[in-house]
Design a protein around this ligand. Structure first.
Ligand code: CMC
Length: 431
């Protein structure tokens, strides 16, 4: 951490307290309140962490007002158009773009870890066929700690490295197996001659009886979805991974915790919820009814795939994906699909409605990723697993950064207690 650049003064209860202020390389200044309780005897209150920096990091920077997303300083639109997923993985993990040799070596290391322990197949078979693939993924990724004993020691940098590569390499295999199991088809082994995105499509759509030819434009769109979801600063699932690992828990257990958090409809589950909403709307003429519901304070309904906690201008990832969506839909000749007609019209209506304009609500990354994944042929239940597999590198990079930080402490928030104060136990016959 840098040295303080200035001091903030807090006047409280007739006393004044000086608090160090850090100036980041980008973004707002940060007031350090770590010693506040010890000095002033007060806590700060910030449920939802809207004003709290939970860590210092050098991985990802977001400016929500300007719609900027940088990974290690590189803008996401440049990475999406010029780079590819595994190169972005290297950048996130190691801080710099790789040389050709470094990239080749990294790709080989990932490729050589794509198979999972054969005994894990039995673990999959223990789930009900109708289990949601996210449920299966939470269980199987957590269970990796029972299979890979030689990469559980978080104090050993080499074991951390091996665990990182295993997680990035095996996640597509696990996600594809969760899918295959849910539709009753045999598991398809990875093919190391294909690139990361094409191999994932192969494992999802190929069957022993028939080869699946991966269309390069579809593989490119898949790679873009992975690249655009790779990391996103201290979001809910990443913070979950950090909090879980702050206790020293093993990486597989911590990433399973991140997957569980991602599943919620306000986070990664939004892409599934968005497509389900489009299906529920069904036809363009029903859009006004759903827009009215989204605006009604007494109706909990929200337009899924719209709005973002941090982006209040535009989601830079959504901009890139919108273009990819147009390309893929044209390639697959599905522009006339009624669901996609509803999506296009809903986007148009919401972008021009004063409620959405005033509240700065616009389509987010999940709106367009859902449309592309639907066109590629994924069922909605696979949308969030695809997000989980993309975000694994972000979770792993943030986890590695945290564990290597000598200042790491177990995460332990405090609270504003509003319950009963001391009261004596009343025997049951007297209540
Ligand atoms: N539809 C209708 N109204 C909305 C929506 C929406 N999608 N999102 C926010 N609002 C309203 C909300 O009712 C509130 O109104 P008011 O000020 O009158 O009370 C105002 O906008 C601010 O909402 P908020 O809940 O305080 O905002 P937040 O920053 O806490 O929530 C969000 C961000 C993403 C959870 C929210 O916009 C949402 O629920 N969106 C739908 C789910 C979604 O698409 N999530 C994916 C996010 S992107 C991928 C990811 O990060 O995982």
């Amino acid at each position: 951490m840098t040295t303080p650049s200035k001091t903030a003064t807090l006047n409280y209860d007739g006393k004044s307290f000086d608090l160090p202020v850090y100036t980041p390389t980008a973004g707002p200044d940060v007031i350090d309140i770590r010693k506040l309780y010890a000095q002033a005897g007060v806590f700060t209150y910030d449920p939802g962490y809207t004003s709290t920096a939970s860590c210092d990091s050098t991985i990802t920077y977001i400016d929500g007002d300007e719609g900027i997303l940088l990974h290690r300083g590189y803008p996401i639109d440049q990475l999406a158009s010029k780079s590819h997923f595994l190169e972005v993985c290297y950048l996130l993990l190691y801080g710099e773009l790789p040389s050709s040799f470094q990239l080749e070596d990294f790709e080989t290391r990932v490729t050589r870890h794509t198979m999972i322990h054969e005994q894990m197949h039995n673990f999959f078979r223990g789930f009900r066929r109708d289990a949601h693939p996210m449920a299966t993924m939470v269980g199987v990724v957590g269970a990796m700690s029972a299979f890979y004993h030689d990469s559980l020691d978080v104090t050993d940098p080499w074991q951390r490295e091996v665990a990182s590569i295993r997680l990035i390499a095996k996640m597509p295999t696990i996600a594809a197996m969760a899918y295959k199991y849910s539709i009753g088809q045999p598991f398809v082994y990875p093919r190391n001659d294909l690139d990361y995105a094409a191999n994932f499509l192969h494992m999802c759509f190929s069957v022993p009886a028939e080869t699946y030819h991966v269309n390069p434009i579809v593989a490119r769109a898949m790679d873009r979805i992975l690249t655009l979801h790779a990391d996103h600063e201290q979001n809910a699932s990443t913070s979950t991974v950090r909090l879980a690992s702050s206790s020293g828990a093993n990486p597989f257990a911590c990433i399973a915790a991140g997957i569980a958090c991602l599943w919620g409809p306000a986070h990664g589950g939004a892409n599934q919820a968005c497509l389900e909403m489009l299906r529920e709307i069904g036809t363009v003429d029903r859009i006004p009814e759903f827009i009215a519901r989204a605006k009604d304070k007494n109706d909990p309904f929200r337009l899924m795939g719209f709005g973002h906690r941090v982006y209040k201008n535009t989601d830079p990832r959504a901009k890139v994906l919108k273009q990819s969506a147009d390309e893929v839909l044209e390639l697959l000749g599905v522009q006339d699909n009624p669901l996609l007609q509803v999506a296009k019209e809903l986007e148009h209506v919401a972008l021009n409605d004063p409620y959405f304009i005033e509240k700065k609500l616009f389509p987010n990354v999940d709106f367009y990723s859902g449309i592309i994944l639907e066109a590629i042929g994924f069922p909605t239940s696979m949308f969030t697993p695809v997000f989980a597999l993309s975000r694994t590198v972000g979770w792993v990079s943030q986890w590695k950064e945290m564990i290597a930080d000598p200042q790491m402490k177990i995460g332990r928030p405090r609270q504003l207690y509003m319950g009963e104060t001391h009261r004596d136990y009343i025997d049951i016959e007297n209540r």
